[in-house]
Design a protein around this ligand. Structure first.
Ligand code: ZN
Length: 191
């Protein structure tokens, strides 16, 4: 496995809609090796997720995993998930103002309204069709990652531009209040 370089905001690949994969392409050894690299790179950078365009591959694959994440200590765990050609359906008009960060936008955070209940449909890494509902804070993590596959970065979705902050100032001025709200959401949905 190989650690990949991470593309930063301003690189055009982050603005392209990624290419969908056929089942044969997905099962090809080079794609399976790429998925291993994506997971290793996500874990090395302490990401809660990582999408293929963030490592310079414009294909519809993203990885998600949270295991007591030091970048996001309040996020509930998410088992390692590989989503290929994912589609999200919003199941509610309710939004949670999620303070997001991104490995492609170093040292920057902002508030993004995210749907609290969604349905995700995708292929797993073995080409099996999967569909399930996702709720709470974890639903926001999914929306952030799938956005990357459609050329969207979280900064595009920030409504209150005054919420933009560095990680240090987030921790100094925003973290306590945000974690209270995040914990209440997680308590309500269990995720
Ligand atoms: Zn991101």
């Amino acid at each position: 496995m190989t650690l990949r370089k991470i593309a930063h905001l301003g690189h055009p690949i982050l603005r392209q809609t990624a290419r969908t994969l056929t089942r044969d392409e997905l099962l090809a050894p080079e794609t399976q090796r790429f998925i291993d690299d994506l997971v290793e790179t996500m874990r090395d950078a302490n990401g809660a997720g990582l999408a293929a365009p963030q490592v310079y591959e414009s294909v519809m694959i993203c990885a998600l995993e949270v295991k007591k994440n030091p970048r996001y200590p309040y996020k509930p765990d998410i088992p390692l998930t590989i989503a290929v050609n994912p589609v999200i359906e919003l199941l509610t008009d309710e939004r949670f103002d999620n303070y997001e960060g991104c490995l492609s936008v170093p040292n920057f955070r902002g508030l993004v309204p995210r749907a609290t209940e969604i349905k995700v449909s995708y292929l797993d890494r073995h080409g099996n069709a999967v569909a399930h509902e996702v709720r709470g804070l974890t639903a926001g993590t999914w929306q952030h990652e799938v956005d990357h596959l459609f050329g969207k970065v979280f900064v595009d979705r920030v409504v209150d531009l005054t919420s933009f902050c560095t990680w240090a100032e987030f921790e100094r001025y925003q973290m306590a209040g945000f974690v209270e709200r995040a914990k209440a959401l997680v308590a309500r949905y269990g995720s």
